[in-house]
Design a protein. Structure first.
Length: 189
């Protein structure tokens, strides 16, 4: 996109998005914020609805968009398991190496992920967590610090999120496996 939109043009699109209840935006200002992100990425502001959502007042990238950015940046994913009980995949990138990520119901329960969406769509939510952690672990440059809308610990976030994990060698010494992640939340806006 070569031409930046004016504030008036952004406001008109934002009003439509808020009125149409798109993106989870509750205000024109939130929608304009997302559209400015799109413009900064060289995309038309209206395309923001395909990739972003507002969760608790903060922009969040969809898992699909995060994975698409990872793959466009040269990354690859190999799903090793996808079910309502467990999802796992190996993520690889020329600059980030390989990492195997697994999420299962026990881990989600331990992380206190209890939303109704998790109960109805367990496989999709587990997959989204695998994608988010895998991309963030293997090649975080393609997501520029954004969280995934499906990350429930993101919804509890106000200012700080630090993920702590134990790294272990995978069989054969190729890559890493992040065996456990817990979210430490603190701070306020």
């Amino acid at each position: 996109m070569n031409n930046l939109m004016t504030h008036d043009q952004l406001t008109a699109i934002a009003q439509t998005m808020v009125k149409g209840n798109l993106l989870g935006c509750k205000s024109v200002e939130q929608a304009i914020g997302l559209m400015l992100i799109a413009q900064a990425e060289g995309k038309h502001p209206a395309t923001v609805s395909k990739e972003y959502h507002i969760i608790n007042g903060k922009p969040a990238l969809s898992a699909e968009a995060m994975l698409a950015r990872f793959q466009a940046a040269g990354g690859s994913i190999n799903w090793t398991k996808k079910s309502d009980e467990e999802c796992s995949a190996v993520f690889s990138h020329p600059q980030g190496g390989s990492v195997e990520i697994a999420w299962d119901v026990a881990r989600a329960t331990k992380a206190e992920l209890k939303s109704p969406t998790w109960k109805k769509f367990a496989q999709q939510m587990l997959s989204a967590r695998v994608i988010s952690e895998g991309v963030r672990s293997c090649f975080p440059g393609c997501i520029e610090g954004f969280y995934v809308a499906e990350e429930d610990c993101f919804t509890a976030l106000r200012a700080t999120r630090v993920c702590v994990g134990a790294l272990h060698s995978r069989d054969g010494g190729v890559g890493l496996k992040l065996s456990e992640q817990r979210c430490l939340v603190g701070g306020d806006d």
